[in-house]
Design a binder for this molecule. Structure first.
Ligand SMILES: C[S@@+](CC[C@H](N)C(=O)[O-])C[C@H]1O[C@@H](n2cnc3c(N)ncnc32)[C@H](O)[C@@H]1O
Length: 281
């Protein structure tokens, strides 16, 4: 999506949000348990959205963003081909069965096409700003691709002076590209694990009992998305932030998002149409 279009979209959402964030009656930001609502967390999310829209970035933040965007630029025009395996749902209207997704679909893809799966700059900046505000110690990302969103979140943690990120990618060839990209940025607070989300998660859960921040950007299947949410729940710290990408991507993802945001463990949620944010009790 063009940056201008995303910006206009976010502006509309934020205009709506700033009215509704203050009066607790929002469908955009709704409360399940208003007594447990953290005013601070609402403000952090609101500020992250506004700073993204206004492109309010410090010189040191800009320096990181420029370096990451250079990598995106390089890949977006690179026609090198590589074999990739996808364990996700494919396209919004595709009807891959559970068995097919488990087995994976192999194809030959250009770097430039793989790169298109990365979050566009403005949405990546929103993730960066959320991490800057929330200051998570232990963050997890499902869906690394070539490492663009991982680099944004990890750079934000680097600037925070604390925190680490574990990111999971199913396709080995793509994970190798991400590894090179993240190494070229000298980010040492990040680990890429190659494997299917469901297979790798127990290994991550064994490392900590308190995950503070999760970005789920892969698979895009209704049942799988709900399952990941349920798998994470017992391993989240109190007040953790869960971010779901592509909540309007397909009918199934819309249903999954509705079920997740209405779960009693969610103290409040923000629906940004593309991204859904949940704050856990
Ligand atoms: C949309 S891309 C991630 C983009 C990345 N977060 C960014 O914005 O830079 C989704 C990635 O998740 C991976 N993926 C999808 N389903 C998976 C699964 N079940 N297990 C492991 N990886 C998976 C795909 O190979 C793909 O690279």
């Amino acid at each position: 999506m063009l940056r201008g279009t995303v910006s206009i979209m976010l502006r509309g959402i934020a205009g709506h949000a700033s009215t509704l964030l203050s009066n607790n009656t929002s469908t955009l930001l709704s409360n399940n348990t208003s007594t447990l609502l953290s005013k601070q967390a609402r403000n952090d999310i609101k500020q992250a959205i506004w700073e993204t829209i206004l492109h309010r970035i410090s010189p040191e933040e800009k320096s990181w963003i420029d370096k990451i965007e250079q990598i995106r630029k390089h890949f977006s025009i690179n026609s090198t081909q590589v074999s990739v395996i996808d364990y996700g749902a494919g396209a919004p209207d595709s009807s891959r069965s559970e068995e097919e997704m488990l087995k994976g679909t192999t194809s030959i893809s250009k770097y430039s096409d793989i790169c298109k799966g990365s979050k566009p700059e403005l949405w990546a900046l929103l993730l960066f700003k959320l991490v800057r505000k929330i200051q998570p110690e232990f963050a997890v990302e499902l869906g690394t691709c070539i490492g663009i969103s991982a680099a944004y979140q990890s750079a934000a943690q680097h600037l925070n002076g604390k925190g680490r990120l574990i990111t999971i990618e199913g396709s080995e060839s793509i994970a190798n590209i991400a590894q090179n990209n993240l190494e070229s940025l000298n980010l040492n607070n990040i680990e890429i694990i190659c494997g299917k989300f469901k297979n790798v998660l127990p290994e991550i859960f064994a490392k900590t009992s308190g995950i503070d921040y999760v970005f789920i950007d892969g698979h895009h299947d209704e049942k799988a998305t709900i399952e990941y949410f349920e798998l994470f729940l017992p391993h989240l710290s109190s007040g953790a932030l869960l971010i779901f990408d592509d909540i309007s991507w397909s009918k199934g993802m819309k249903r999954a998002w509705k079920i997740i945001r209405n779960n009693s463990a969610v103290s409040f949620s923000a629906d940004l149409k593309m991204i859904g944010i949940c704050k856990i009790n």
